[in-house]
Design a protein around this ligand. Structure first.
Ligand code: EPU
Length: 416
């Protein structure tokens, strides 16, 4: 429940990045030695990944932001449908299992509300490493008595793929010879995974660029690592500041990961300044309409599209949002319109005609970022907004409600 109309003010600290921690936890399967991962956000998705690791035989627990993953007794090569179907990112256990055990049987994750989300690029990469792939009864069965490094192109219709790059990079760390991934994803979360793998003894170059080179090694050892701050949480809180015409200092920020976002927020009317590891954002004078297109990193992130749409609904003028990663990621449009917004969807475009104010309403979250978008809309709407199905929010935001409350928001939880 949110009672809108409060200008947010104060300081807030970011949690570790969800999309970095999930593949990094999966990467602990590559070693028989202990790993210690710090800055781990306590999220539903993190806990799902830990459950999967435990089901595979890895002893991994989260305690006060630290995951300790202890030596494997016996690691199973089978990741079950029941667990994989609850979270797509669990498919990235396939790469480490294949690398370590030279075989894996992992359930296909299926589609989700933001689109069909195929895994063809993952499979193309594994095949290039010499794996035989069969799909049987909804499972991918991958076998490769010998994984061999290879040169491969992993670009797809919508550009690079984050988890396909992660998955193939992890398998390639234990392949024989050199692997070159062309059209690799450049997202900071891929870089964080590569940094962790390097600490484990992997030989990786070029991460953060579209060409990654991995020289296979025989053995990976245990390692410690601290997860990078969540840039999407940063963006969500920055929009919270701007939409409420507030003034927020966000701590534990990697400023260099926020280029496209800061550019658009400044264009929309934010004053943003960078101080030691923090970002200060405040509303300047007037909100201005903007056009934005989501693209792979360093372009504008699709994971911030819904939240920016909330901002545009109360920005006078016409804004156009073009979604180039998931052309169907628009489930939030109808919900925002229930709050009085004027948004028209045309294919991969949403045309937003800004209005003076939204009015609070009961709305339903359809996915993680759509739920954040509805919470943001609620912060500025007249009256009460009731967002249901907020378990989506808990998949990817650590204590968002407490963080917003500490900034002055009138937000509370009622039993669904
Ligand atoms: N794609 C293919 N074939 C593939 C893989 C992807 O065609 O084999 C397409 C997808 O359908 C999509 C595009 O390529 O159109 C990019 O998808 P990508 O594979 O990069 O997405 P992902 O790796 O499955 C990660 C994040 C998503 C984020 C996307 C894009 C994780 C755990 N998830 O997903 O995060 O939207 O990259 O940046 O890293 C979120 O946090 O809310 C979220 C959905």
């Amino acid at each position: 429940m949110i009672e809108g109309g409060v200008r947010l003010k104060g300081e807030v600290t970011l949690s570790g990045a969800k999309n970095a921690v999930l593949p990094i936890l999966a990467a602990t399967l590559l070693t028989d030695e202990p790993c210690v991962i710090k800055g781990v956000p306590n999220l539903r998705d993190t806990n799902t990944m830990l459950k999967i690791l435990r089901a595979l035989g890895k002893n991994a627990e989260l305690n006060k932001g630290i995951v300790t993953a202890l030596p494997n007794k016996h690691i199973s090569y089978i990741a079950d449908y029941k667990l994989v179907s609850t979270m797509r990112a669990s498919f990235c256990v396939l790469g480490p299992l294949l690398g370590k055990l030279k075989k894996a049987k992992v359930s296909l994750p299926g589609g989700c509300v933001i689109g069909i989300r195929p895994v063809d690029l993952h499979l193309k990469g594994f095949k290039a490493l010499g794996a035989k792939i069969n799909i049987e009864s909804g499972y991918v069965i991958a076998k490769a008595p010998r994984l061999k490094g290879n040169h491969m192109y992993l670009g797809g219709t919508y550009g690079s793929s984050v988890l396909a790059t992660d998955n193939v990079m992890m398998a390639a760390t234990l392949a024989q010879g050199v692997t070159v991934i062309e059209s690799a994803a450049c997202e900071p979360e891929v870089v964080d995974l590569a940094e962790f793998l390097i600490k484990m003894g992997a030989k990786i170059k070029g991460h953060g660029t579209p060409i990654i080179e991995i020289e296979g090694v025989k053995y990976l050892h245990g390692a410690g690592h601290t997860i990078i701050p969540d840039r999407i949480e940063a963006g969500t809180l920055m929009v919270a500041a701007l939409i409420t015409k507030g003034d927020i200092l966000i701590k534990n920020v990697s400023f260099q990961h926020l280029g496209a976002l800061i550019d658009k927020l400044e264009e929309a009317g934010a004053w943003i300044s960078r101080t030691d590891g923090s970002v200060h954002i405040r509303f300047k004078k007037r909100l201005k309409p903007i056009n934005l297109t989501t693209l792979p990193y360093p372009g504008f992130p699709t994971d911030m599209q819904a939240q920016m749409m909330s901002l545009m609904t109360v920005t006078p003028g016409i804004s156009v949002i073009t979604e180039k990663i998931y052309p169907d990621r628009f489930m939030h449009v109808a919900e925002l319109n229930r709050m009085g917004a004027h948004i028209q969807r045309e294919g991969p475009h949403a045309i937003v005609e800004g209005i003076r104010g939204l009015s609070g309403a009961p709305v339903m979250a359809s996915d993680l970022r759509a739920s954040a978008c509805l919470v943001l809309a609620g912060l500025v709407a007249r009256g009460k907004t009731e967002v249901s199905r907020i378990y989506h929010l808990e998949r990817g935001y650590e204590n968002l409600e407490a963080k917003l409350e500490a900034l002055g928001a009138k937000i509370w939880r009622e039993k669904e």
